[in-house]
Design a protein around this ligand. Structure first.
Ligand code: BEZ
Length: 211
């Protein structure tokens, strides 16, 4: 598989998961998706990550996002580990975990980086839009647990800017002002974003449109 890039169609697959067999694109339907890999079952950082994602379910649901995890451990191991996650993180694992023992999906998504580990997946994240195109790719090392607030923040930005010529500045959070894309002329901006503020001709702020 050649390297995946933003804007590419997320490769489709069928896989065994803790929620049964899943045909990825069909399972996504019209939702946004987050596909994320972790190195191995029964490891500390992964246990906290999957517990955190389970607790964030209402936030993902609110944004019409389906979440699916992956590691190369087999399905029986996943089922056993889920019990530990639920016990130690005081939650219910409410999303599927792919058992990618044959490394089919991790190869498709280039989640094994041999110079980090030739056997285990790194911590990859793919955000996928309802058009099945890849909107974000992140790669973290095994030793660093991800910040899932950041993923929600990116999803908010992607959903805000998907259909309008807007973008979100550094450290932006929902409710804060956004910037107008350079391709929008001032005349057009006046019509679409009345009262926008010009700091420099290329740096124009406006209120985030109501959802
Ligand atoms: C962890 O999830 O804790 C972990 C997994 C693989 C290597 C290092 C840490």
């Amino acid at each position: 598989m050649s390297q995946l890039r933003l804007g590419d169609i997320a490769p489709d697959f069928t896989a065994v998961t803790t929620s049964g067999s899943i045909h990825f694109h069909q399972w996504l339907g019209d939702s946004w998706g987050v596909l994320f890999s972790h190195p191995a079952d029964f490891t500390p950082v992964c246990t906290t990550e999957l517990g955190t994602v389970a607790k964030f379910k209402a936030e993902f649901d609110k944004r019409n996002v389906k979440v699916i995890a992956l590691s190369v451990d087999p399905i029986d191991s996943h089922h056993e580990w889920v019990k530990d996650i639920e016990e130690t993180q005081q939650t219910t694992v409410n999303f599927p975990i792919i058992a990618d023992a044959d490394k089919k999906v991790s190869s498709l998504y280039d989640m094994i980086h041999p110079n980090a580990s030739d056997k285990l997946t790194v911590r990859s994240v793919f955000i996928i839009g309802p058009d099945k195109k890849i909107k974000l790719i992140l790669t973290y090392p095994a030793s660093t647990g991800r910040n899932f607030y950041e993923l929600l923040r990116v999803i908010d930005s992607l959903q805000l800017t998907a259909y309008q010529q807007l973008a979100t500045p550094a450290n932006w959070n929902e409710g804060e002002d956004v910037v107008i894309a350079p391709a929008v002329s001032n005349e057009e901006a006046e019509k679409r974003f009345p009262g926008f503020k010009t700091v420099k001709p290329y740096l124009r702020y406006t209120q985030a449109p109501k959802k």
